[in-house]
Design a protein around this ligand. Structure first.
Ligand SMILES: [Zn+2]
Length: 483
């Protein structure tokens, strides 16, 4: 039997000129030209499958039938139909040939000669190039959409509902009222963001996920220009910074495209808030001239808020430094949790001594910083292992091609080196992920006891990263810590 394989992906934009009907017709015609008999039972059709992966129902069926020696000739429109990826194209072509089946392309001749391979490589390169072109075209399309005042993709923002028909936001009245209230509070009452958070909590006002507003959410609402009627798009792009991590990077401002949306607050309000925020930032530079050993690492046992560091110069010239639970806010009308302010010198000393005792009694175990548990990494480990075996398969394929003279030693070496590097990175991350927590000691007890100066001790506190929960409503101070 002779087989015809056709594929079209769902990404229609990418597939212009490749309709399934056209492919089937031209394949039958090509078969007739070659004197090969075909019928509708020859057709293997993957309609709506990406060429990125090899798992496709019709392709699976075709490969099964190939292995069962049912097929003499395979006709495909062009190599892209087999796969978008050169390695997979070669892999499939190789598999087909090994089973003494002939592979024909409508768009060009192909054989296992070096020229045939070259043809394949060129096809693969062109297909990659076309993909890049499509990406560029799509990007241009997206920019045009943004310039016409439409949002590029569906999104959800507090204060708005999504209007699918016009690709834009429409005001969600109840949430918009909260946004307005946040701006009003910040502008009229001269309260802090923290105070607003506490106020919203007291009023039982929650966000769209029914959770209390965090300080950063309120900060975002106060600083996001969409609430004043301008949603910026193309202001950031995503960059792959490692195998698994992506980072948002700002674009130069001249590339930003403003999309007008219905404002919730006035431009005047928005600008006033921005002005106050920048002024506050300028007025309260991070206080680094004082030595707070535990800055950013103290928490209130009573309410769970962080303790922040403060200082004041007395008229006598003496400086006072202390930590204070943030629950009270700067507005005295809000109810603090009852944990009083505490001298930083006192608590720094107490906590350090406490740490010394813990370490003396428990020795190493406590200084080990446990990594994420292996169980929670299971998914990541599995995907790395899958990737690993894929690469290993590639390795053997390349070796086979090389041994069969289909690849020059230069090319094979280049490919193999590349694979080796990738495999190395993978096994390194695998070790990191599944490592025994005991191997991740960050601080040795000796290092700990040797630390005498503020700088040495602060470095250890930062390295440890523990949070110290303090309750000092009654003496003696109670300390818990969270690793
Ligand atoms: Zn508190």
């Amino acid at each position: 039997m002779n087989a015809i394989y056709c594929r079209v992906s769902t990404d229609l934009q990418a597939e212009i000129g490749y309709s399934i009907g056209d492919q089937i017709r031209t394949c039958h015609e090509h078969a007739a030209k070659l004197g090969l008999e075909t019928s509708s039972s020859s057709e293997y059709i993957d309609d709506g499958y990406s060429g990125e992966y090899l798992e496709r129902p019709a392709l699976d069926r075709l490969r099964d039938d190939l292995h069962n020696k049912k097929i003499k000739n395979v006709i495909v429109y062009d190599p892209d139909r087999l796969s978008r990826n050169l390695t997979n194209q070669l892999l499939l072509a190789d598999e087909i040939e090994k089973l003494n089946t002939k592979l024909y392309f409508v768009t060009g001749s192909y054989d296992a000669s070096p020229e045939g391979r070259l043809f394949f490589s060129i096809r693969g390169a062109i297909s990659a190039f076309e993909k890049a072109k499509i990406r560029e075209r799509t990007l241009r399309g997206k920019r045009a959409k943004a310039r016409s005042g439409k949002m590029i993709q569906k999104s959800r923002a507090y204060g708005y509902d999504w209007d699918d028909e016009n690709s834009t936001y429409i005001v969600h009245q109840a949430e918009a009222a909260v946004v307005q209230m946040i701006y009003d509070l910040y502008l009229s009452k001269k309260v802090t963001i923290k105070d607003i958070a506490i106020f919203l909590r007291q009023q039982n006002i929650t966000n769209q996920r029914d959770k209390p507003f965090t300080l950063s959410m309120i900060y975002r609402i106060l600083t996001d220009e969409k609430y004043a009627g301008t949603k910026w798009s193309f202001n950031k792009y995503e960059k792959k910074i490692s195998q698994y991590k992506r980072k948002k990077i700002s674009r130069p401002q001249e590339d930003w495209i403003p999309i007008p949306i219905t404002p919730i607050v006035t431009i005047d309000q928005f600008q006033k808030v921005r002005q106050i925020l920048t002024e506050n930032k300028r007025k309260s530079p991070r206080n680094t001239k004082h030595e707070y050993l535990l800055r950013n690492f103290l928490k209130c046992s009573v309410c769970g808020y962080s303790l922040s560091a403060h200082s004041k110069k007395h008229s006598s010239g003496k400086e006072y430094t202390w930590y204070k639970c943030n629950s009270g806010g700067s507005d005295k009308s809000l109810v603090p949790c009852g944990n009083p302010a505490i001298s930083s010198l006192e608590i720094d000393e107490v906590v350090w001594k406490h740490l010394c005792t813990i370490i003396k009694n428990n020795k190493e175990q406590l200084l080990l910083v446990p990594q994420n548990s292996t169980a929670s990494n299971a998914g990541q480990i599995k995907s790395i292992k899958n990737h690993q075996s894929e690469l290993q398969k590639k390795q053997t394929t390349i070796l086979r091609w090389f041994s069969e003279g289909m690849l020059t030693s230069n090319d094979a070496e280049k490919e193999l080196n590349h694979l080796k590097k990738e495999l190395q990175t993978l096994s390194e991350s695998l070790i990191k992920l599944s490592s025994n927590p005991k191997s991740t000691a960050k601080i040795h007890p000796e290092e700990f006891f040797a630390a005498k100066s503020f700088i040495e001790r602060r470095a250890i506190i930062e390295k440890l990263g523990w949070k110290f929960y303090i309750d000092h409503r009654v003496a003696p101070i109670k300390i818990r810590f969270k690793v």
